[in-house]
Design a protein around this ligand. Sequence first.
Ligand SMILES: C[S@@+](CC[C@H](N)C(=O)[O-])C[C@H]1O[C@@H](n2cnc3c(N)ncnc32)[C@H](O)[C@@H]1O
Length: 212
Amino acid sequence: MRQRKVKNEEERLEALSVCFIKNPEAQKGRWQEAFGNSKPIFIEIGCGKGQFLIDKAKHHPEINYIGVEGQGSVILRALEKVQSGELFNILFVNTYIRDIEDVFGPAELSGVYLNFSDPWPKERHAKRRLAHSSYLEGYKKVLKQGSTIEVKTDNDELFQFAVEEFKASGLEILEQTEDLHGSQLEARLITTEYEDKFREQGKPIFFCKSQT
Ligand SMILES: C[S@@+](CC[C@H](N)C(=O)[O-])C[C@H]1O[C@@H](n2cnc3c(N)ncnc32)[C@H](O)[C@@H]1O
């Protein structure tokens, strides 16, 4: 997803610092302190402009959320939305997750959302997919036992890959559908930007929820 460079990006991120964690590695093992409570923490890796996570935060004050996004210009949009909404249970970090253990400590999280992750269709790039087993092994370390990992995508191949990787990594599949919005699953209720876009095009949304 290419975005035009936002003017004075760094300065604007600074100004929105209330819900922006500048140095996420320094927060490793201390995320609960950043929220000032002991509520469970769920993260979205590649949160884009934050629609999904901000909506989640509004509907679930009993949960803390962290949006992780590699592109500064994109996360800026998310931060601007929160600022006007006065939400206290959401934080954002501007980093590309490579090794999730650089940012989160053991059993620090309760859930991971992978929504419309880059599919990396070429086989030689399979290891870059956020549902690859090497990523899953990292997620399992930073998640508490019984936590969930959820995938939404419009991409059939990525979906089948994710389900196979989940199973191979010993995760239990709790929910699985190739047409989320034709189902009664709760995950259809809060949507992402990409989900809305693909639905408008009449594409089915694939969804899977697994448990550690
Ligand atoms: C296709 S967009 C989906 C955005 C949003 N989740 C949605 O569903 O509308 C994927 C986003 O993931 C981000 N991304 C990709 N790999 C990432 C990584 N390893 N860590 C953090 N962000 C990542 C990209 O910069 C991009 O903004």
